[in-house]
Design a binder for this molecule. Structure first.
Ligand code: HEC
Length: 133
């Protein structure tokens, strides 16, 4: 299913998701990081309570080892990277992953062409770094 299809399905299945989408849109008007996150939004949430999207929940992702969530079925490639202790999501590793997910981690299930613009990557990583307790 396409990302857009999944988003529509997620909206249809999750009560309150439309409210969350509207809130995210309002936030994105002011913040370039939130605006860039609109490209991730079909698959990811930064709301810790919102699970079951196509991609893992990204609340408190900065500083977390790869593939750390118990309730998400990661690809073997992501699990291997995380379990080996090699891959922790720092600002530097996120920058490289987001520039080109498939090059950084061959075999990843994240079907996303990447953010080519370094400023946009910086903004979205700063946005993710704020989504923490
Ligand atoms: C089309 C859906 C899709 C889009 C769009 C997408 N992702 Fe992902 N993302 C995934 C999937 C699926 C995974 C799990 C990958 C795996 O297991 O190999 C993932 C994994 C990740 C991870 C690793 C999480 C962990 O727990 O180890 C990060 C970080 C991430 N994505 C960030 C982003 C950001 C930031 C964006 C937007 C710039 C984005 N993704 C766009 C689907 C997507």
């Amino acid at each position: 299913m396409s990302a857009a299809g999944r988003l529509l399905l997620a909206l249809a299945l999750a009560p309150g998701a439309l409210g969350a989408a509207a809130a995210a849109r309002a936030e994105s008007a002011a913040d370039p990081g939130a605006r860039a996150f609109q490209k991730c939004f079909a698959c990811h949430s930064v709301n810790p309570a919102e699970r079951g999207l196509p991609g893992p929940n990204l609340y408190h992702i900065v500083g977390r080892p790869a593939a750390a969530l118990d309730d998400y079925e990661y690809s073997p490639a992501m699990i291997a990277a995380g379990r080996s202790g090699k891959l922790v999501w720092t600002e530097a590793t996120l920058d490289r992953f987001l520039a080109n997910p498939q090059t950084f981690l061959p075999g990843t299930a994240m079907n996303f062409f990447g953010l080519r613009n370094a400023e946009e990557r910086k903004a979205v990583i700063a946005y993710l770094a704020r989504k923490r307790p």
